[in-house]
Design a protein around this ligand. Sequence first.
Ligand code: CS2
Length: 495
Amino acid sequence: MSDETLSPALLDRLPSEVRKPAYDRAALKPGIAHIGVGAFHRCHQAEYTDDLLAKDFGHWGLVGINIRPPLLTDTLGRQSSLYTRLIRQNDEVEARVIGSIARVVDSQDSAEPALEALASPDIEMVTMTVTEKGYCHIPSSGALDLDHPDIVHDLTNPEAPRSVPGILARALERRMASHGRPVTLLSCDNIPTNGIILGNVVRTFAERRGRRLADWIEANVGFPSAMVDRIAPATTEADIDTVEQRFGYRDAAVVVGERFRQWVIENRFAGRVPRWDRVGATFVDDVTPFEHLKMRVLNGAQTTLSYLGVLGGFEHTFETIADPLLARFVRRMLTEETLPTLMPVPGIAPAAYIEQSLSRLANTAIRHRNHQIATDGSQKIVQRLLNPIRDRLARGESIELLSVPVAGWMAYLIKASARFGRAWQVSDPFAEKVAAIADRIGSNSNALVDSILAIDAIFDPRLAANATFRAHVVADLDGLLSNDPMGFVRQVCTG
Ligand code: CS2
């Protein structure tokens, strides 16, 4: 079997330890469309949906759509959309073939295939993981960025959109003009109030298309916010080899994740809803306390470890957190500064949640690269670091630990500039801007911080003008750009 690729025919011959879809895939009818079929989706919403189909088979199969690379036809498409989900916890490996994706759609070159799928009357739920920057919003305000090149393009070419807001608005326009069925658009990205942001960008775009569409959306489309959680790094060749070596077949779409998973969704649906709450998800009236907890603690720790980890020469999260100094720093930051900013969360004790998060990050089988987490930091630091900083400053509380990873993000982009020897390659919508600042200014931390804090899409002007915040970030940047960044972290930690 060893060079055979995963397929429906192979399911019967898989080793017994590999769990298989417990329902008739041939009868699967898609009722959910998902945009952005990356590792996270395959490890999270698609697994919950697989659980739901096994428990209560209905019309909730998934259509998986990619509007950006990679092509799905090359991987999932060749496997009838089947793939293996591995749970890895240190030495343990648990394999399961997920069958909830009924078919995949590549829509990278033209929006048409995506529009056709999204406008189908069979689709009643659209979920998405399109990354923070996919919403084309201004991170500091949440408003649609009308100067974004894709938005400028889509407003003049609404029939051939490129952006997520443009594609969704066009699909909704087609739904309005054809069958008129309601639909829920459910963001599963790590941005605060993601449903409100998604609603903002789609409505603002639609208003420019006309009042009728905007009114139809108001009456027929739901935008619940949701908190999603499971660590699932980008798949590597080594993961593909693991499946082949341990289970004897090839799977180009395998995904590896940790055991922990969580999904909290607001009850703001339009039309029918897959009952994910029957298989472990939680439906709530207000997701805010949950999303603060997750983004400020788990994601805040990941972001902190990624920047300090890269500066300290570590490759993955688990190696970074194995360093006693960085583990101590992040635990102190979360306990002393982040925790007091959290709202009470029903059923969750924040101190225990912090410990649980830190132990999740120490899982040696989850090889999450610091550079992967560091990607698009400009879109992540607002919710993970700047919001708790703002809350603390408003109450006159110290921010001397939370300011360090903010400077870490700056140092990460600065060190990628030509003037600082292009230490590594970065991917961030603001990378070029910060590199240009660094090339112009050199190592003067005061001037560097002033120019970077002036980027008001990231730093709202009130925060940027706060003297305490600025002074901390300047001192931290100085320390992190020095020859001994870890010595500086030690000083902050013990000082
Ligand atoms: C990570 C997240 O890359 C990142 O930004 O912080 O993907 C993180 O692993 C997930 O949010 C965990 O639920």
